[in-house]
Design a protein around this ligand. Sequence first.
Ligand code: 13P
Length: 335
Amino acid sequence: MSELNTIALKILSNGKGILAADESNGTMTKRLDSVNIQSSPENRLLFRETLFASDSMKDCIGGVILFDETINQTSNYGKTIPAMISETGAVPGIKVDTGAKDLANSLDEKITEGLDGLRERLKKYYELGARFTKWRGVYIIGEKYPSKLAINSNAHALARYSALVQESGMVPIVEPEVLMDGEHSAEDCLIKTSEVIKKCFDELIIHKIDLSGVILKPNMILAGNKSKNKIPNEEVASKTLECLKKSVPNEVPGIAFLSGGQSEVEATENLNLINRNNDTNFIMTYSYGRALQQSALKFWSKDKDIKGTQNIFNHRAKMNTLAAQGKWSKELENK
Ligand code: 13P
């Protein structure tokens, strides 16, 4: 077993999942604005360290994705943030892309940037304690989209990123997110997501990536959020499995889904159904941002009650860890 494979399995095994707390300052400001909290470095730290100090970190969270600001912060508990996370048994990770920018010659679409100087930044993050990384490519669905240009250029960037990350001794999360925005059908989402993921792995193979040391972070297969033809959760699960079976090489140890705008319970229920029907060798777990943090953030914003906020986060983490083993139920959710 390679060292990278060992790290990936440490993050994903036994129903553990990933807490995606890597919102850029811009995105975190939007989240904090929505609950009337001023987006200062102190407030961003205060909310995040409340989650990192929760009991569920030990049993449910295998990895935490951080943003550059957070990995450099020292918590009010007196430890650096990466040290605080490592002590719970979870692996600290870091978002290393520098964001999605307009794609020249297809301006409705995006290309993710961040390759310049990446090797040097990775060295610094490794020294700070990070052992895995994230890079997100983002794609829209439309009549002409995603274009070949967007599919090829983002796959190429994800492969170059992965090569540098593995060279530096860390596990790359490869995140090609096909957005749920729009009127498209679930069938369109299935076709486009399969094409996008396949192209990513074609490029990863050209770039000689050790696939046993990669985590894929895809979207689930859903109808667009403006579609009139939503599909039942059972079909979300079967279509998601169909997509991954035909587009992900067997050597990949695990898949950690993004929540992408699904409600908290919807994201849990769909993950549970995926695992009940998982007839693959892939570990299937969560790497949720909003679906792990939304209720906790709303509660915290009222009076910054640490224990109460942690109770809410602990419940969400526990429900998702049950779902990652196909053991979640509505009764447990409402207990
Ligand atoms: P969501 O679960 O909120 O989609 O965030 C996950 C993530 O890391 C997106 O890049």
